[in-house]
Design a protein around this ligand. Sequence first.
Ligand code: GDP
Length: 235
Amino acid sequence: MAKKKKKGGGKPFDFSAARPPAATRGAKTDSRLSSAVFALSVHDTRELPPPRQPEVAFAGRSNAGKSSAINALAGRKRLAFASKTPGRTQLINFFSVGDAAYLVDLPGYGYAGVPLPIRQHWETLVGEYVGSRESLAGVIVVMDARHPLTPLDRYLLEWLSPAGRRVHVLLTKSDKLSKQAAQSTLAKTRRELASVHPGATIQLFSSPEGDGIPEATALIWRWVEADRKKTKSPG
Ligand code: GDP
């Protein structure tokens, strides 16, 4: 099937209307995450499920496009939006992909004027999770391609380095940039990322256009497979 041409940026994004059925999305489709279903939410790391499957976590500044990216990767409309309801935004939400893996939606950071106790709760919850979760295969950091590597993104990345976590950056909303601007943002952010978190990988992504879905899904599965071999080894 012919690849869809990218449209210009700036049009309002209605995710539910914008996504054609998976079967018609051709090269931009990868259904390996389409069985993801909501499994549980935790408010405290003591409530985490047993670490039996590799987990791929999604982190990002609020409004960067994290929920839309999770939904696009799963080929679903509202999978991750449940976590946006008031009261659930400070929870870690788990989506199980069969019994192969969990996709994990970490609470967003960087709301203007967030009260200190909520920031402290975020730091404790996310800090403990990314610092010591044995089944965490890697972290996908979602950034708005128009404002990548904000101070809070850098703070998170610097936090992930000592924990030795795999990191992959999704530069979302790439449809809001011209093709040339998106490519130059990708190259520039890749260079900067090398000094903040050496070894991190990066790609462009657009939830409404479906750009980047196969690349991100392939990476998630590489991480899951690599860690599954580790957890399945005898002993
Ligand atoms: P989150 O707070 O990081 O989970 O962000 P959301 O996924 O809720 O997205 C925030 C806003 O950006 C919403 O209005 C989305 O419709 C929009 N958005 C998210 N991803 C994209 C994208 O790739 N392209 C465009 N054009 N808009 C997007």
